[in-house]
Design a protein around this ligand. Structure first.
Ligand code: SGN
Ligand code: CA
Length: 527
């Protein structure tokens, strides 16, 4: 038995002085506690993980988690944006209950979180990488976090409360720090829960210098709804996250020409030019060797209209996928370390993202909407001795806390909204599993101009209410219209399904006590 598997003190089955085994008071009935390595990227679309979708990229290391474990095919978030998603994950509660409703919130770190409960039960806890909750992390033995959203090159970190510098590319640095903590930082006599939170592939999708030439010769097929006209969908019409209109040539697409002749009107040009300054001279040299010829050709070609839109799409895809390639390589490094350290058989490994992302569907980048690409999030879990294969049950990021707690043998607090999906990971089929999902997005008015909305999704249908400076309902039949192009709300023949979905929406709002949302649809609430 490896030393790190051993537990000390009260976590061992107590043996009384007369040799009889006393009643086990440890939370998991004396079984060896499972460690947790939880890897979460920022804005990683399921479309760009080959375990889910083979059109764009091969991700063999991330896929390994799926191949040796469980692939969740119906995994969703509760509020599709970073800070709120992270708060839902830590607390197991929807946004209105954990108080972090949008990225301008500050997380109340005095509240109950699963790392705090794990720690109380004898786990060592650590978070490395993007934190994004404004207040300092609580409930961790060790934290080494990026400041705010973080940057890709030579990022400053806050390590256990003190600001430090780093050298190199964020995904490599975060993986190095994770391995270093596993090897030398933790107390090897205790079980551990390590959260590895990548900055990548968040905007502006800056690749590592060694990956710059990947996908150069690839042309990606446009999504079928790239030229969506948003007919019948007012909120979709009014967003500001379109590749055509809102993606900045300099900031997002790296066209910061040395001659300073390319100018843009999104307000992001200057930030785009500053981004370059975060790199070392060697990094800049590699960067220039790649982008300068692309910039020169772009200036010569003088593209306009659809040609420009499609050029932007190809540029976006290439950079985003290069960033994914680096994540995949670093997931591989971490798995290799776990293997070599003998930790694979007593560690649950999770790969997920804080939400999904648009790869040009509806003509978009970014997230926020309750539409499928951003409501869903990848979720792959390798549980030693657990299920190998797919689970199609509805799971949501509010379920992660209860799942991890149950795995650790810690009682799941009653006030958590989520439900442990550990039985599914063990190959069981729990009865009475949820058949519908609740969603609520708040960040408006704000960047990308996605209106506030809440809604319900069942296996086949989705009902959404956009509110605040708009009052607009949308209904989708996901079986007939998986790309959500036809809003059926108010159309003849859909009265009964609308009534059923409204009833389900209200039931969920009451269950979760989302009282503010209930006020917004009070005509639906029974007396
Ligand atoms: C930044 C980005 C946005 C992005 C939000 C939220 N702009 O503000 O494009 O939607 O983060 O992202 S940027 O100019 O700073 O890149 S999240 O992942 O943190 O939710
Ligand atoms: Ca994010």
């Amino acid at each position: 038995m490896k030393k790190e598997l051993l537990l000390t003190g009260s976590a061992l089955i107590a043996v009384t002085s007369c040799g009889k085994q006393a009643k086990d008071t440890t939370p998991n009935n004396g079984k060896k506690p499972m460690n947790i390595v939880y890897i979460m990227s920022d804005d990683h679309s399921y479309q760009t993980i080959s375990a889910y979708d083979k059109r764009y990229i091969q991700t063999p290391n991330i896929d390994r988690i799926a191949n040796e474990g469980t692939r969740f095919t119906n995994s969703f978030v509760a509020n599709s944006i970073s800070g709120p998603s992270r708060a839902c994950i830590l607390t197991g509660k929807h946004s209105h209950a954990n108080g972090f409703t949008d990225n301008s919130s500050t997380f109340d770190g005095s509240q109950q979180t699963y790392p705090k409960l794990l720690r109380k039960a004898g786990y060592q806890t650590a978070v490395i990488g993007k934190w994004h909750l404004t207040s300092a992390p609580t409930g961790f033995d060790h934290s080494d976090i990026l400041i705010g959203q973080g940057i890709y090159y030579n990022a400053p970190f806050i390590r256990d409360g003190k600001e430090t510098t780093s050298k190199g590319y964020a995904t490599n640095v975060i993986t190095d720090k994770a391995i270093e903590w596993l090897e030398n930082g933790r107390d090897k006599d205790k079980p551990f829960c390590l959260l590895v939170h990548h900055k990548a592939p968040h905007r502006t999708w800056m690749p590592d210098t060694c990956d710059l030439d990947l996908f150069d010769d690839k042309t990606f097929e446009l999504p079928a709804n790239f030229y969506d006209d948003y007919e019948g969908r007012q909120a979709a019409k009014e967003q500001e996250m379109s590749i055509s209109k809102d993606m900045d040539l300099v900031y997002d697409l790296k066209m910061a020409d040395k001659e300073n002749e390319i100018h843009t009107s999104t307000g992001l040009e200057e930030a785009g030019r500053r981004m370059y300054d975060t790199m070392t001279p060697e990094e800049k040299a590699a960067w220039d060797a790649h982008y300068d010829p692309i910039i020169a050709k772009f200036k010569r070609d003088k593209l306009t209209g659809k040609q420009l839109d499609e050029w932007k799409y190809q540029r976006y895809m290439r950079d985003y996928l290069r960033v994914i390639h680096s994540i995949d390589r670093n997931v591989g490094r971490l798995l290799d370390y776990l293997e070599q350290a003998g930790l694979m058989e007593n560690t649950m490994i999770v790969y997920t993202s804080d939400q999904g992302f648009y790869m040009g569907e509806h003509g978009w980048f970014d997230k926020r909407f309750m539409y499928e690409e951003s409501f869903r999030t990848p979720l792959l879990v390798r549980l030693p001795g657990g299920k190998k294969g797919d689970v199609d049950a509805f799971v949501q990021n509010i379920d992660y806390a209860p799942t991890i707690l149950e795995l650790a043998g810690v009682a799941v607090p009653e006030d958590m909204h989520g439900q442990s999906f550990l039985p599914w990971l063990r190959g069981e089929h729990p009865a009475n599993w949820r058949k519908s999902l609740y969603y609520h997005f708040y960040e408006y008015p704000a960047e990308h101009a996605v209106k506030r909305h809440y809604g319900v999704r069942t296996e086949r249908y989705k009902l959404i209410h956009f509110y605040n400076d708009i009052d607009s309902w949308e209904l989708y039949d996901l079986q007939e219209d998986p790309m959500e192009m036809r809003n059926l709300y108010g159309k003849a023949g859909y009265e009964e399904i609308t009534r059923q979905l409204e009833k389900e929406l209200v039931r969920l709002q009451i269950q979760y006590q989302d009282t503010n949302a209930m006020k917004l649809n009070k005509e639906l609430i029974p007396d």
